[in-house]
Design a protein around this ligand. Sequence first.
Ligand code: ADP
Length: 260
Amino acid sequence: PQEQVLSVQLVPFDSSRKLLLSRDITQLDRVQTVHRDFIANVSHELRTPLTVVGGFIETMIDMPDTDARTRGQHLQLMYDQTQRMQRLVDDLLTLSRLESGQQMREEEVDVPQLMRLLAAEAEGLSQGRHVVTIGKLDSIRLIGNHDELHSAFGNLVSNAIRYTPNGGEITLSWNLSFEHGLFSVKDSGIGISPEHVPRLTERFYRVDRGRSRSTGGTGLGLAIVKHIIQRHQAQLQVQSKSGEGSEFSVKFPPQRLINN
Ligand code: ADP
């Protein structure tokens, strides 16, 4: 009789538990793989600039009499690499803060004013190499976090500049569309072929690694944008055609808008 009781209790319980357990383990495996890949990516991204800086320092130690011009060039190259590491560490810290789920301070954001700031920053970044314009600009304000929105929109704008060859156009806009607030950055740049679009917000995902690095990208920009947008209950939309340009838009729900 005892055996019977055991079998009654164990068989259904055990089989469902096994299923649950195997599902948990698969999930855990996936999380661990993502984590491992992330560490490997960060290490790789830091290793390259460190190797370059280390190499130049070694040269300077071995050849202390190098002429001033060459020395100046080496120092400039080392400085560029430290800047690259600085950008990466800054982005990592931002991402980690966003992922920790810390609550966001909400305030009234004057989006038209932010748009003018973004356009001025874009002109600074572009240094006259692109035509930057503000298209539609409605006087709608938004409930959200100013600094986070500045960072998210700024990332989209700097991408537009980085992936648009000289002479191209960048247009920013902010307007009401079907009761939603629509922010957009349109560029006439290199565009993105459709198969890449679903993965763009993954950490360190790049369509062209060399191009991203040479233009100062960390590969974390859109991952940061995704988090900030989610915290504002907004949606990121991408329209792009390879060779013709891209438009990145952020759509905010009506409850976030102050329309007067
Ligand atoms: P990165 O620092 O490499 O720019 P992001 O996360 O900001 O990293 O973007 C991921 C990738 O998406 C980029 O490496 C680039 O391939 C692609 N991308 C982003 N914005 C644009 C754009 N406006 N035009 C073309 N490609 C873009």
